[in-house]
Design a protein around this ligand. Structure first.
Ligand code: TYR
Length: 424
């Protein structure tokens, strides 16, 4: 199947410049394409995943992707899709962010120098050495202010204001495209739907400056992926705890898994098409499953599996599944300390100095009962669990075997009220 047809069937194409031309171009050539990622934080988040996976899809279809780290543009700030000016980060900070983002991209794209291996570039390399005079003469001269003012990213900001710095951003991104065209024969730029203006600006620059007189026009292409919407109207990729990051230190693989498994029934098939590499036929099967046995949540589990494996690897997926299962069945004893840490990250925790406290005291300090009297009552009634096991001894003192790797005990009251006890 033509890559563009596969993408279309997955609803992954928002816009292309010259669909027919691009189709032919991809049929006849190993196409070098790129997508840029600005280091605006120390990690990518799932909002970045679609374009990253897009690069991978093109690679699987035999083309050559470049992941461009915006070490230079990240110092300027893209106004696209934003209603307010960004605050600038220091050069040091952006450098640090760039390195981490490169590592994350490597984890998904597996950079290598073979013919259609994915490669990473950093635009700091060429943007930092561009002189003011060169910039204004060789690049700026090809941009009319009227054209720039008409771009969405600028137009929408005129009322609230935009600095000259952010205003020039599109010129820098255009310069990137031209530079990659010159040096690497890169002829396609992809990006999120908010990047349309920047991508077409670059195409225009290349057409103007790189077409030889009397020859065919220098021809490059652009493609954008859609903005991901959710059926409940809330923003994709945000949870109560904030953004869903790809860095396992910021969003644990378990949380990441939970994010996907909690996808709304109405969105799950669409997300499987967007984010996984499953064949369309298999996706149709999953859709049937959803219709006939929605309570089994087979597609949700599959989505969570595929995504966790892709971003965090097999071992992390296995752990996420184990934690999910243990929390569901209450079998806490099967978890080790690192799994406890992940699975109970959002559960209230109490740190205690003494290790063999009476259960009654612990239940109170953990905030699971308002008084010792109530705690005794609860224990007697069988509402209190240590690491998933009911304990009805009113005079019970915690023992070594109640501590998981000597670090944690999980107390539970009733069905759902958990508390994580940490030992110093
Ligand atoms: N402007 C893009 C990132 C980018 C940077 C440089 C480029 O050449 C291309 C894209 C964004 O904010 O998402």
């Amino acid at each position: 199947m033509h890559i563009l047809d596969d993408l279309a069937q997955r609803d992954l194409i928002q816009q292309t410049t010259d669909d027919e031309g691009l189709r032919k171009h991809l049929e006849e050539n190993v196409v070098t394409l790129y997508c840029g990622f600005d280091p605006t934080a120390d990690s990518l988040h799932i909002g970045h995943l679609l374009p990253v996976l897009m690069l991978k899809r093109f690679q699987q279809a035999g083309h050559r992707p470049i992941a461009l780290i915006g070490g230079g543009t990240g110092l300027i700030g893209d106004p696209s899709g934003r209603s307010t000016e960004r605050t600038l980060n220091s050069v040091e900070v952006v450098k640090g962010f760039s390195e981490r983002i490169k590592e994350q991209l490597a984890g998904i794209l597996h950079f290598d120098d073979s013919e259609n291996g994915a490669v990473a570039r950093n635009n700091y390399e060429w943007l930092s050495s561009l002189t003011m005079i060169e910039f204004l003469r060789d690049v700026g001269k090809h941009f009319s202010i009227n054209y720039m003012l008409a771009k969405d990213s600028v137009e929408s900001r005129l009322e609230n204001g935009i600095s000259f710095t952010e205003f020039t951003y599109m010129i820098l991104q255009s310069f990137d495209f031209m530079n990659l065209y010159d040096k690497e024969n890169c002829t396609l730029q992809i990006g999120g739907s908010d990047q349309w203006g920047n991508i077409t600006a670059g195409m225009e620059l290349i057409r103007r400056t790189r077409s030889e007189q009397g020859e065919e026009e220098a021809k490059v292409y652009g493609l954008t992926v859609p903005l991901i919407t959710k059926s409940d109207g809330t923003k994709f990729g945000k949870t109560a705890g904030g953004a869903v990051w790809l860095d396992p230190e910021k969003t644990t693989p378990y949380e990441f898994y939970q994010f996907w498994i909690n996808t709304d029934d109405r969105d799950v098939i669409r997300f499987i098409k967007y984010f996984t590499f499953l064949e369309l036929e298999e996706i149709n099967e999953l859709e049937k499953e959803l219709e006939t046995a929605p309570e089994k949540r087979v597609p949700h589990r599959r989505l969570a599996e595929e995504m966790t494996k892709l971003v965090h690897g097999d071992a992390a997926l296995e752990q996420a599944e184990k934690i999910t299962e243990a929390l569901f069945s209450g079998d806490i004893k099967s978890l080790n300390a690192s799994e406890i840490e992940q699975g109970f990250k959002d559960v209230p925790s109490t740190t205690v100095e003494e290790k063999d406290l009476p259960l009654v005291d612990l239940v109170v300090s953990a905030g699971l009962a308002p008084s010792k009297r109530q705690a005794r009552e609860d224990i007697k009634n069988g509402a209190v669990y240590i690491n998933g096991e009911r304990n009805q001894e009113i005079d019970y003192r915690l023992k070594e075997t109640d501590r998981i790797e000597d670090k944690f005990t999980i107390l539970r009251r009733g069905k759902k009220k958990y508390s994580l006890i940490r030992y110093n």
